[in-house]
Ligand binder design. Structure first.
Ligand code: FAD
Length: 408
């Protein structure tokens, strides 16, 4: 019997295993992952930005974990020799309305303890990013950086396996039997008995939470949340045009919208990405716009929360669809920041799907959502910056697990 079973070998599940073994090297940990390797979904398809924590509500779990996770991530990368670069980023306002929003973001950042943030005028903005000529003003965020989170996840796995954890791949969890003393997790290829189960299943975390015998806590704690999949598509700048972007150029985000807007990102291994947009995916792991799963799409459409969100955001949603289907619309958004970019400078890149938790009343769950149900700890919302914050989230979950183990 194991002490802990962790479902999902994305960055959150792996960081949880890592933090548990940091504190209790004697623990017997089992990981069950449905794919044949780590980081096959959100973790391996993100922008690779080390977020500073500027955007998040002060005092909220995203703000708190981002700040702590940022520090832990840099220490980890340094110690393990994982390449990263604190290159800084600019958040650009292109008109007076955005300038006013920029002030709000700056105040948030300051409330989150980021003293080094500052506004820069057009002249200084162009010294930082010479081709961001669409900008009239910007916030300079010196703390932001870049890293490859797949590499981080692979390193977490290497360390936890060295410390005795067992990882099963190709092990899609299908059933959980929750008893008073132990839980049995049944997957396609392995069965694990343990005292505690941690659900870090990302895009399927709601489904896994629903497998537990006791639905009561889930219904109460989460008000019946459902994961809505939002695909983010990227383009890549062709090598001859990469001089147009030095590091990270972000637009002023729409405060009503849960995503940051299409931006330019230098990748740690080289190259510049533009994106991601945010379109409803017709399949939870639908990386192409042609991917469609009838059952999953029907579940999305029939969820009352989705219908309320669609009623609220239909205009933004349509605009995102247009940007997905028409490259010219995508390019236009990028030209607001860097006017010299042309359609032929961009070639299609990859895509990622974000797991966005939403409740039945149509509220997007803004903060990380971790709730406990008897012997199961469910991580049912770990949106960006959960990769940056992974070691801090892992720390929080580890504390909850250890408290429960001590009670046994
Ligand atoms: C397009 C995009 C850009 C982003 N950019 C950034 C960024 O720049 N910086 C940042 O900090 N964050 C970013 N994020 C957010 C970040 O990537 C995620 O918050 C983070 O990766 C979540 O990790 P996770 O482990 O919860 O989920 P995942 O990485 O999705 O892992 C969940 C795992 O669970 C497995 N699983 C699911 N169901 C089962 C089952 N039934 N049985 C067994 N295994 C199962 C899956 O196969 C998967 O491996 C971005 C996300 C996206 C999608």
């Amino acid at each position: 019997m194991y002490d802990v079973t962790i479902i999902g070998a994305g960055i959150v599940g792996l960081a949880t295993a890592y933090q548990l073994l940091e504190r209790r090297p004697d623990l017997k940990i089992c990981m069950l992952e449905k794919e044949n390797g780590v980081a096959r979904h959100q973790t391996g398809h993100n922008s690779g930005v080390i977020h500073s924590g500027i955007y998040y509500k002060p005092g909220g779990t995203r703000a708190v974990h981002c700040q702590r996770g940022y520090k832990l991530m840099l220490e980890f990368a340094e110690k393990q020799g994982i390449p990263y670069d604190i290159c800084g980023k600019i958040i650009v306002a292109t008109n007076a309305a955005e300038q006013a929003k920029l002030d709000e973001i700056l105040q948030r950042g300051i409330a989150n303890g980021m003293k080094e943030l500052r506004k820069v005028g057009r002249e200084e903005l162009l010294e930082i990013e010479p081709y961001a000529k669409g900008g009239v003003e910007a916030i300079w965020v010196p703390q932001a950086g870049i890293i490859n989170y797949k590499k981080v996840a692979e390193k977490y796995l290497e360390i936890v396996e060295q410390r005795g954890a067992t990882a099963f791949f190709g092990a899609k969890v299908q059933q959980i039997i929750q008893g008073d003393v132990e839980c049995v997790v049944i997957s396609q290829s392995a069965e694990a008995r343990s005292k505690i189960v941690v659900n870090c299943a990302g895009l399927y975390s709601d489904k896994v939470a629903n497998m537990t015998v006791s639905h009561h806590a889930y219904r109460q704690a989460s008000r019946s949340i459902q994961i809505l999949p939002f695909r983010g598509e990227y383009y890549e700048l062709i090598p001859e045009k990469q001089y147009l972007v030095r590091n990270l150029i972000y637009p002023t985000p729409n405060p009503k919208f849960p995503f940051l807007g299409v931006h330019f990102t230098r990748m740690i291994e080289g190259g510049i990405e533009a994106g991601p947009n945010a379109v409803l995916a017709f399949k939870r792991e639908g990386y192409s716009r042609w991917d469609f799963d009838r059952k999953e799409f029907f579940e999305t459409l029939s969820f009352p929360g989705f219908r309320k969100i669609a009623a609220k955001y239909w205009r933004d949603g349509l605009e995102e669809m247009r940007r997905s289907y028409f490259k010219s619309a995508f390019v236009k958004s990028l030209q607001k920041l860097v006017p010299e970019i042309q359609s032929e400078d961009l070639r299609p890149g990859g895509a990622g799907v974000r797991a966005m938790a939403c409740d039945a009343e149509g509220n997007i769950i803004d903060d990380f959502l971790i709730f406990e149900d008897k012997n199961i700890i469910n991580v049912c919302n770990a949106p960006s910056p959960a990769a940056t914050a992974s070691l801090a989230i892992g720390e929080t979950i580890a504390q909850k697990v250890l408290r429960r183990l001590n009670e046994k």
